[in-house]
Design a protein around this ligand. Structure first.
Ligand SMILES: O=C(O)C(O)[C@@H](O)[C@H](O)[C@H](O)COP(=O)(O)O
Length: 234
């Protein structure tokens, strides 16, 4: 049984998005004020689109904010499944157009080959990362830590000291590059952003046991080093 951390519940997704966008913007600006620059790690998927839109309009010093992805599909940035595309279209606009975005996909033909370059690209990011926003799949994955990946790959994602790892999910499209567990936990604040009854049920299942290989989101929920606030709405 995992001890629950902060769980914020909202009646609707709009209320959640408004509050989470405000909180993230404040934390990023506080980081810029305190240390001169800030880092923001975001996830792809369908959940954060409106959050990105709201965030993009916040009046903060975006030119001092470094943004990257928690994970990426190994497809070109123009591909419909690209998380980079999603972030460019929904977050890197309005006031946030001046943020410093570094994607994880590069010219190499596979994530295995491209990992070293992706890590190099993140070299200018202030660490610990200031804010990380994660999503969660119905199979209990987060980032691209898929329970359906080969044992060795998932173990690598959960134990590697490297910033990025390669993962090929057994039953989801595209091979992926993902930040590792050690990279994600090297953060000042993690948010888990989930919407709907089904995700709530998956989250409850995740808290009910400790096998991270079965539900990799547990690797984030069971630790007490980095604060994790769960934002859920109906
Ligand atoms: O690129 C991705 O798909 C992710 O980063 C992934 O970890 C995502 O956050 C979850 O799969 C939830 O996705 P939804 O928001 O679409 O439910």
């Amino acid at each position: 049984m995992i001890k629950e951390t902060v769980f914020k519940s909202f009646d609707n997704k709009e209320a959640l998005e408004a509050q989470l966008a405000e909180r993230i913007a404040n934390q990023l600006q506080d980081a810029v004020d305190a240390r001169g620059k800030a880092s923001l790690i975001v996830s792809g998927g369908s959940t954060p689109l409106k959050l990105f839109e709201l965030l993009s309009k916040k009046a903060i010093d975006w030119s001092d904010v470094f943004i990257t992805l928690a994970d990426e599909r190994w497809v070109s940035p123009e591909h419909g499944d690209s998380n980079e595309r999603l972030v460019r279209n929904n977050l890197l606009k309005n006031r946030a157009a001046s943020a410093k975005f570094r994607g994880l996909k590069n010219m190499y033909s596979s994530p295995e080959e491209g990992c070293a370059m992706a890590i190099e690209q993140l070299g200018s990011f202030p660490t610990p990362f200031d804010v990380v926003v994660l999503g969660m799949g119905n199979d209990g994955h987060t980032c691209s830590w898929f329970p359906c990946a080969a044992d060795a790959e998932l173990d690598n994602a959960l134990t590697s000291a490297e910033l990025c790892v390669a993962v090929t999910p057994g039953n989801a499209p595209h091979s992926r590059i993902s930040l590792s567990k050690s990279a994600i936990l090297a953060s000042r604040q993690i948010y888990l952003h989930i919407v709907g009854e089904q995700k709530l049920e998956v989250y409850r299942q995740a808290l009910a046991s400790e096998d991270t290989r079965e539900m990799p989101i547990r690797a984030v929920l069971e630790q007490h080093k980095t604060p994790v606030d769960v934002y859920w709405s109906a």
